[in-house]
Design a protein around this ligand. Structure first.
Ligand code: ASP
Ligand code: CP
Length: 332
């Protein structure tokens, strides 16, 4: 990884390649892995050092971020807000639209146009796939898609890859196993697309038949050179996995009568006993894990395992979002 703490300017090739500097709606906008390997990741790593050593930077003084969330969030909303504040910027938010003029029937477009009068970037989470794009079309300031229904969650994919890079020191040639609700989970939709930029990736998709990754997306991945292997049983692929990426069943997107009776896969210490050793393997989860019935998809006994990277993943997320914001909001 290239790190030059003295220089945070984008590399010279960046002009014309940052197709997503205006809005960041889909990972498909990142067409060149150098945008990650040679720019965002080193910058995020540099900002991580800065936070640890100097506390804060002043990169975004005078800039304002608006968090607009039509769906619940802990990590995305908070990490964007703190990322902005750590760089000297300001933050305002609407996290319960029922107390905004949305409750009086205001359209998304009018809401966006209004918030754009007060801010320099809008971070939007919405319930429906495709709505982030519509919002971007209406917005005079950049819109970042913080999750649009079962569509995409592009900044999560960037932070997921940054996590893999920080923890395993490489991405090319890895075996990545995604497990759980691959049908409705937007994080796996974005991450699998982003993995297409890398060489020699083996992607395993583990889910019950009713929660499989959509055929259309699997074909898209194949068209980009990935050959996902579809599995029902987690045990079959744990031993070969370098990154095991667990997801929650997205109950809010599944009608009551079609919900699975139990959580289809639970990662326990016994699962981890089959996995590669520390330094060669990480266990990831975008979080939240669903603990409502006391049996989350990663059992809490696994948390102490050094390969359990999901809370470190949250922290890397803040640095990745600092990097994204500084690239989107600074001209240099
Ligand atoms: N927090 C992630 C998302 O909003 C994953 C999840 O909710 O399961 O997509
Ligand atoms: N990973 C993620 O998007 O978490 P939140 O839903 O808490 O924002």
């Amino acid at each position: 990884m290239l790190i030059n703490p003295k220089n945070i300017a984008p590399p010279p090739y960046a002009d014309g390649m940052w197709h997503w500097r205006r809005h960041f709606i889909s990972v498909a906008q990142i067409r060149d892995r150098r945008d990650l390997d040679e720019d965002l990741f080193p910058l995020a790593h540099h900002l991580e050092h800065m936070v640890h050593n100097e506390g804060a930077s002043q990169l975004l003084v005078g800039k304002c971020l608006y968090d607009l969330f039509y769906e619940p969030s802990t990590r995305t909303m908070s990490s964007f807000a703190i990322a902005m504040k750590r760089m000297g910027g300001m933050v305002e938010s609407i996290s319960n639209v029922q107390f905004s003029s949305v409750a009086k029937g205001e359209s998304l477009e009018d809401t966006i146009r209004t918030l754009a009068c007060y801010s320099d970037v809008i971070v939007l989470r919405q319930k429906e796939e495709g709505v982030a794009k519509k919002a971007a079309e209406a917005s005079p300031v950049p819109v970042i898609n913080a999750g649009d229904g079962k569509g995409e969650h592009p900044t999560q994919a960037v932070l997921d890859l940054f996590t893999i890079y920080r923890e395993l020191k490489r991405i090319d040639g890895l075996t990545v196993t995604m497990v759980g609700d691959l049908k409705h989970g937007r994080t796996v939709h974005s991450l699998s697309r982003l993995l297409c930029l890398y060489d020699g990736i083996q992607l395993n998709l583990v889910s019950p038949p009713e929660l499989r990754m959509p055929d259309k997306l699997v074909s898209e991945l194949r068209g980009h050179g990935l050959e996902p292997r579809i599995h029902d049983r987690l045990e079959e692929v744990v031993p070969e996995s370098d990154a095991l990426y667990v997801t929650r069943v997205q109950l809010e997107r599944i009608p009551q009568d079609q919900r699975p009776a139990t959580i289809p896969y639970i990662v326990t210490p016994a699962t981890m006993a089959m996995a590669k050793p520390r330094g060669e393997m990480i266990l990831m989860h975008p979080l939240p894990r669903d603990s409502q019935d006391g049996n989350p998809e990663i059992s809490v006994e696994v948390d102490a395992d050094p390969r359990a990277a999901y809370f470190r993943q949250c922290e890397y997320g803040m640095y990745a979002r600092m990097a994204i914001l500084s690239r989107m909001l600074r001209a240099d």
